[in-house]
Design a protein around this ligand. Structure first.
Ligand code: GLN
Ligand code: ZN
Length: 760
C-alpha cells in the first residue's frame, strides 16, 4: 500500500520559519541564517515522512512565503514594477510578497487573496496578454537534490497550469487568460523534462480549480492541456481537493494522466465511481486523512471502506491526506496543557502521518496497537460527557423560526430606539476596540501567567475602561464603547469563556507569509456557564450618561475562525453558539445596556466554494445571527460590524440579518460600495467607515465630510452613522485622539449642512 501526503505545513512546530523570516526582514539576521532554518525544516519534514514509511517524500511544498508566488517565480512571472534590476531574485520575491525587502526599492506588493475556502492567502499572479514564461528551476532543483540525498523516493509537487491561470489576474486590462495556455504548457513541458532528467518518476500536479464550477472553455482547455502533457517523460498524479468533481468527474477520469487524487473527505462517494471507471493502468490516490481539521481519523471505518477497494485496485490504490496538511497545526505532542481526553481525539500534521502509516500497515494485514488506540479514542469521543450536553440539545430542538425574528419591524423599532437613545443626526461611534497599549498587554499576560491577582487585574482593566470612556466624552462621541482592553482577540476571548471550546498552545496555522493564527477547537456542545461581558459593560455604562455599546462576537465568526466538530453539521454548531450569545445579549439588556454590537466580520469568508451552495449557507448563517440578536426589546438597538467591502452578491443576506445598524468598511472605496446598499434599498441604518484605520495618516475633517456627503446621496441622512471603518486596537492613542476629534467635527458640519437645507 503506497502512502503519501499532498504537502506539509512549512511554518515549523515552534513557528521557526516565522521568526527566521521576520529576523531577516528586519535586518537582524542574514540570508544564510534564513536559508539554514528553511533547510532544516524541510529536512525535518522529509525525515518524518520517511519515518512513517510514506512511499514518497513530497518536495516543493515548502515555501518562504507562498507556494503560488514560488510558482510565479519558477515560471519567471515577475510584474514589471519589480524588474528594476536593483534587487536579486531572492529579494524580488519578498518585494512581490510584501512590498519591501532588505534590498531593492519598495514597491506596491502583489495582491493577496484567500486560497479557496481556507484561511490561507496566496499572492495573485499578474499576467499580461503578451506574457512570456521563462523557466527558473534552480531553487526547485536544489531542493530536489537535497531531498534525493536522503535516499528515499521523492515526488515533487507543482501547481497545475489550469489552476495557475485561473488564480492569476490580468496585470492591466482584462484579457482571456486561456490564450496564454500554449506558451505556459511549453514551459511545463520543459520543466517536466528537467524533472525526468533528475530521475523523478512521479510528479504531483495540483488542479484544485477542478472542484469549482468551471465554464466550458476551461474544461476544453483542461482536456487539451493534459493531452499535451501526456508526452512528458514523468508520471503525473493529478491532484484535486477541497470538494467533489461533480459532473466533471467523467471528463477528469478520461484525462491521460498516470494517477488521479480525490478528496474523499469532501468529495462524497465519487471515489467509488472513480474506482470503477478509472482506466486499468491508472493509480487512484484517495485523500482520506482530513487536511482541514484536527480530528483523528476513524481508522477502523476507513479500513472497512478501503479493503474492497484494495482487492479491486491492488497497488493502484494509494492513500493520502485529503489536501496539503498546510491547513492544520504541526505537532500535537507539544500540547501539554490540553485536557488528556480531548487530546486523545486529535491529530495534527505529524500525527496524521502516523495515521497513514497505521492504516497502510493494517491494510497489509499488520494490525498493531496504534489501530487499537485509535479505536479506543474514537469510542471515547463518541460517548464522552464532555461533548454532549442534554440541556443544550433540548434547547436546540425547541428552536423555531420565530426565535430569529424581532417582535417589531425595523421602522417601528427605530422610532422607539430614537425616543430612548435621543441621538443627534449623524451619530458618531467607533467599532469597539481602543489602542492596546503595552500596559494593557502586560497586565493581561501577567494575569494569565498567574503573576497578577484577579483583583489587581480587574482594577487595572477598570482604570483602562474609565480613561477610555473619559477620552470618548472629551472627543464628543455620541455612542461610546468600553474599549475591549480585556480582550486579546475577538474570538479567543469568548472561546475561553464558553464551554465546548478548547484552546491549544502551539496550534498555529499559516494565514499568509509569516502570519499565523491559532484557531480554538470546538469539541462539544456550546454552553455559557455565566455572563461573559456584562460586568465590564455595566461598569463602563455607570461612568457616563451617553449610551455605551455592549460588544460581542457573532456566532458565524465564532464558528468560522475555529476548528469545528465533524460529528454534527456546522449549522448546528453555529446555532448552539448563537443561543449562548443570545443569552449574553439578553443579560446585557437586563443590565441596562441599550445598544449591543454583534460583530460578524467572517460571514462573507464562510461562503462555500460552489455558488449553488451559497443560499443554504446564508440561510443558516443569517438565522444564527438573528437568533443571537432577537431576544431583546424593540428599544434595544442591535449593531453589527463587517470589515470588508464586497457586499453586492450577498446584499439580501445582509438585509436578512435585520441589525438596526451595520458599520462597514467604505472609506478606501470612496463610498462606492454604498451603491450596493442603495440599489438594494437597504432598509436599516448604516455607518460607512469614514476613515481607514489601517493607515497611520490623520483623516482631515473636510475629507470625511466629503465622504459622508457622498454617502448621503445614496442613503437618507436619518439612517447614516459616522464611524471609523474598523476597531482601533492596532493604533496609538495620539493618532486615535486626533482622528476622532476630526471625525466628530465632521459630524457637526454635516448636521449644520442638514439644518441649513431644512430651513432653506
Ligand atoms: N469590535 C472589534 C474591534 O473593534 C471588531 C474587530 C473586527 O472587525 N475584526 O476590534
Ligand atoms: Zn472590522
Amino acid at each position: 500500500m503506497q502512502t503519501h501526503i499532498l504537502g506539509y505545513p512549512r511554518i515549523g512546530a515552534k513557528r521557526e520559519l516565522k521568526f527566521a523570516l521576520e529576523a531577516y526582514w528586519s535586518g537582524d539576521s542574514s540570508r544564510e541564517e534564513l536559508k539554514q532554518v528553511s533547510q532544516s525544516l524541510m529536512q525535518k519534514h522529509w525525515q518524518e515522512q520517511i519515518d512513517n514509511q510514506l512511499a514518497f517524500i513530497t518536495v516543493n511544498d515548502f515555501s518562504l512565503y507562498d507556494h503560488v508566488l514560488d510558482h510565479s517565480q519558477l515560471l519567471g512571472v515577475v510584474p514589471e514594477r519589480f524588474q528594476d534590476g536593483s534587487a536579486d531574485a531572492w529579494d524580488t520575491y519578498f518585494r512581490m510578497a510584501r512590498g519591501r525587502a532588505p534590498s531593492g526599492t519598495p514597491q506596491r506588493a502583489c495582491e493577496m487573496t484567500k486560497w479557496f475556502d481556507t484561511n490561507y492567502h496566496y499572492l495573485v499572479p499578474e499576467l499580461s496578454p503578451d506574457q512570456e514564461f521563462c523557466l527558473q528551476p534552480d531553487k526547485l532543483l536544489a531542493e530536489i537534490a537535497a531531498a534525493k540525498s536522503l535516499g528515499h523516493a521523492i515526488k515533487p509537487v507543482l501547481l497545475g497550469p489550469l489552476s495557475y491561470l485561473w488564480l492569476a489576474k490580468p496585470a492591466k486590462e482584462p484579457f482571456d487568460r486561456l490564450s496564454l495556455l500554449p506558451k505556459l504548457l511549453a514551459t511545463y513541458a520543459l520543466l517536466l523534462q528537467q524533472l525526468a532528467d533528475q530521475g523523478i518518476e512521479w510528479v504531483q500536479i495540483d488542479e484544485p480549480v477542478l472542484v469549482l464550477e468551471l465554464a466550458d472553455p476551461w474544461l476544453t482547455a483542461l482536456e487539451s492541456a493534459y493531452q499535451q502533457l501526456a508526452d512528458a517523460p514523468v508520471k503525473l498524479l493529478l491532484a484535486t481537493y477541497f470538494g467533489s468533481l461533480g459532473t466533471k468527474l467523467h471528463r477528469v477520469i478520461e484525462l491521460p494522466v498516470a494517477g488521479l487524487h480525490l478528496d474523499t473527505t469532501r468529495g462524497g462517494s465519487e471515489y467509488l465511481i472513480a474506482a470503477r471507471q478509472l482506466p486499468a493502468d491508472r493509480v487512484l490516490s484517495l485523500g482520506i486523512i482530513d487536511g482541514r481539521n484536527i480530528w483523528k481519523t476513524d481508522l477502523q471505518w476507513q479500513l472497512e471502506q478501503l479493503q474492497p477497494l484494495q482487492e479491486q485496485l491492488g497497488d493502484r490504490l494509494w492513500l493520502s491526506s485529503s489536501c496539503s496538511l498546510l491547513h492544520v497545526p504541526v505537532d500535537l505532542s507539544q500540547e501539554h496543557e490540553l485536557d488528556q481526553e480531548l487530546k486523545s481525539w486529535l491529530a495534527f500534521a505529524q500525527q496524521k502521518l502516523a495515521e497513514l502509516n497505521t492504516l497502510a500497515q493494517a491494510l497489509n494485514g499488520q494490525g498493531d496497537t496504534a489501530l487499537e488506540d485509535n479505536r479506543r479514542a474514537l469510542a471515547s469521543r463518541r460517548s464522552s460527557g464532555r461533548i454532549h450536553r442534554p440541556a443544550v440539545q433540548q434547547r436546540l430542538e425547541s428552536v423555531n423560526a420565530s426565535l430569529g425574528v424581532r417582535s417589531t419591524p425595523y421602522v417601528e423599532r427605530a422610532r422607539l430606539q430614537q425616543e430612548h437613545l435621543k441621538l443627534p443626526l449623524y451619530p458618531t461611534t467607533t467599532i469597539g476596540s481602543f489602542p492596546q497599549t503595552q500596559d494593557i498587554r502586560r497586565a493581561r499576560a501577567d494575569h494569565r501567567a498567574g503573576k497578577l491577582p484577579a483583583g489587581e487585574y480587574e482594577y487595572l482593566m477598570k482604570h483602562e475602561i474609565q480613561s477610555c470612556i473619559e477620552a470618548q466624552e472629551r472627543y464628543g462621541l455620541d455612542m461610546l464603547v468600553h474599549g475591549e482592553a480585556e480582550r486579546n482577540d475577538m474570538v479567543e476571548y469568548f472561546s475561553e469563556l464558553l464551554e465546548g471550546y478548547a484552546a491549544s498552545r502551539f496550534g498555529w496555522v499559516q494565514s499568509y507569509g509569516s502570519r499565523c493564527v491559532k484557531p480554538p477547537i470546538i469539541y462539544g456542545d456550546i454552553h455559557r456557564p455565566e455572563p461573559m461581558t456584562v460586568a465590564w459593560s455595566q461598569f463602563a455604562q455607570s461612568l457616563t450618561s451617553k449610551p455605551v455599546k455592549g460588544m460581542l462576537t457573532g456566532p458565524v465568526t465564532m464558528l468560522q475562525w475555529a476548528f469545528v466538530r465533524d460529528d454534527q453539521p456546522r449549522a448546528t454548531t453555529c446555532l448552539q453558539i448563537a443561543l449562548a450569545i443570545r443569552d449574553e445579549v439578553c443579560d446585557l439588556e437586563q443590565a441596562g445596556i441599550t445598544a449591543i454590537q454583534i460583530d460578524e466580520p467572517a460571514i462573507r469568508e464562510g461562503l462555500p466554494l460552489l455558488r449553488s451552495a451559497w443560499d443554504s449557507y446564508l440561510d443558516w448563517a443569517t438565522f444564527a445571527f438573528r437568533v443571537s440578536a432577537s431576544g431583546v426589546q424593540d428599544r434595544t438597538q442591535i449593531h453589527t460590524h463587517m470589515c470588508y467591502s464586497e457586499f453586492n452578491d450577498i446584499m439580501p443576506a445582509i438585509a436578512a440579518m435585520d441589525a438596526d445598524v451595520i458599520t462597514i468598511e467604505t472609506s478606501r472605496s470612496n463610498m462606492t460600495l454604498l451603491a450596493a446598499f442603495a440599489d438594494f434599498k437597504y432598509p436599516n441604518e448604516i455607518g460607512p467607515g469614514v476613515y481607514d484605520i489601517h493607515s497611520p495618516n490623520l483623516p482631515a475633517v473636510e475629507q470625511m465630510v466629503e465622504l459622508m456627503r457622498l454617502a448621503a446621496q445614496r442613503i437618507p441622512a436619518e439612517r447614516l452613522w459616522v464611524n471609523p471603518d474598523c476597531g482601533l486596537k492596532t493604533r496609538g492613542w495620539k493618532e486615535v485622539s486626533a482622528a476622532l476629534i476630526n471625525m466628530v467635527a465632521a459630524a457637526k458640519i454635516l448636521r449644520e449642512d442638514n439644518s441649513l437645507s431644512q430651513s432653506a
